[in-house]
Ligand binder design. Structure first.
Ligand SMILES: NC(=O)c1ccc[n+]([C@@H]2O[C@H](COP(=O)([O-])OP(=O)(O)OC[C@H]3O[C@@H](n4cnc5c(N)ncnc54)[C@H](O)[C@@H]3O)[C@@H](O)[C@H]2O)c1
Length: 315
């Protein structure tokens, strides 16, 4: 932890499951000096912040409830406010309600913190990253969706389980939509610095369509499974949000797969996830991925399906 990092304030909008768990993960990480928790349900924000302030006794970080005005000078504002999926609902089903929440919320954040970086977690995250960019007027690099950073973590977890290796030694990413049209990039996956295909043939492990389809499906459907079992997902996303914030606070130039507005495979002005370099100025897409033809086509389809929902928000 650097002295520089310890001077920062971060605001979290939404003190529900995702917001409160993120605040707690951030509190224990010691990454920032101050956390402000903001919710339309003021009592909930005060309750969560006070409970966590008792835990803050054991950390160097202060936490309190606040209002949008308290976003001033925040290094980043993490947006988790909005409704969650019910069993059987897709992320795109949430769009009307959560778009309206963003219309009321984002201009207030932008007015209080014109230089901040927005990190969007509310679903559908790609559509709302695009909305937050338009509603804030911020440059694209300062509006980041958590995107497929979550799916990438799940993908590595599933690959680690399937091939009995530590997920830290799996380099493999999910790109595109944080949702049903996401794309596992099999062509670039490696384990222990070996191409996955070569690793499997050397190690005598299966690498056929049945196996890869199984891993892709379990990754894509992980959130549906969890929502069926516990009604929500919170721990994974909270850790992912802190891992996105960390290189921003520490100006670390880390490469993370996050959502950002841009032009993708000929589809203009849409948000989806690609590997981005994260530092104190935000998310930068410096180096385009070398995808195979099928993966590029899948990105185009993913971009078109997100774009369709973005267009529907305008009506
Ligand atoms: N990106 C990801 O990987 C990921 C993972 C899990 C959940 N999510 C999404 O995060 C969002 C929140 O999920 P949750 O489980 O925390 O829901 P939740 O219902 O527990 O909490 C949502 C909170 O938002 C608050 N809120 C609603 N409207 C508001 C407004 N206008 N201003 C301020 N606060 C407002 C509510 O009062 C509530 O406390 C959902 O959209 C969910 O789909 C994203």
């Amino acid at each position: 932890m650097t002295g520089h990092a310890k001077s920062h304030k971060v605001a979290i909008i939404g003190a529900g499951s995702v917001g409160a768990t993120t605040a707690y993960a951030l509190l224990l990480s010691g990454l920032v000096a101050e956390i402000v928790l903001i919710d339309i349900d003021e009592n909930r924000a005060i309750g969560e912040a006070t409970d966590m302030a008792h835990a803050a006794h054991f950390t160097q970080t202060r936490i309190r409830a606040g209002t949008y005005a308290d976003c001033d000078n925040a290094a980043a504002v993490i947006i988790t406010a909005g409704v969650n999926q019910k069993p059987g609902q897709s992320r795109l089903d949430l769009v009307k309600t959560n778009y309206a929440v963003f219309e009321s919320m984002v201009p207030q954040i932008a007015a209080a913190a014109p230089d901040t970086i927005l990190i969007v977690a509310t679903n559908p995250v790609d559509v709302l990253t695009h909305a937050a960019h338009k509603l804030s007027g911020f440059p694209v690099q300062r509006v980041i969706g958590s995107g497929t950073a979550m799916d990438t973590t799940r993908f590595r977890h599933e690959l680690g389980k399937a091939y009995s290796v530590n997920p830290r030694n799996v380099h493999a990413i999910i790109i595109g939509e944080h949702g049903d049209s996401q794309i596992p990039v099999w062509s670039l996956a490696t384990i222990g610095s070996m191409r996955l295909k070569d690793y499997c043939s050397q190690a005598g492990k299966p690498f056929d369509k049945e196996h890869t389809d199984g891993v892709s499906k379990r990754t894509r459907e992980a959130a549906y499974e969890l929502i069926k079992r516990k009604g929500k997902t919170n721990y994974g996303v909270a850790s992912v949000l802190v891992s996105i914030l960390d290189p921003i606070i520490n100006n670390a130039d880390a490469i993370v797969t996050v959502s950002r507005v841009g032009n993708y495979e000929g589809v203009e002005d849409v948000a989806l996830s690609m590997p981005c370099k994260l530092n104190r100025d935000g998310a930068h897409q410096d180096v385009p991925l070398l995808l195979d033809a099928d993966e590029r086509e899948a990105v185009r389809k993913s971009a078109l399906s997100i774009k369709e929902v973005i267009e529907s928000c305008k009506s």
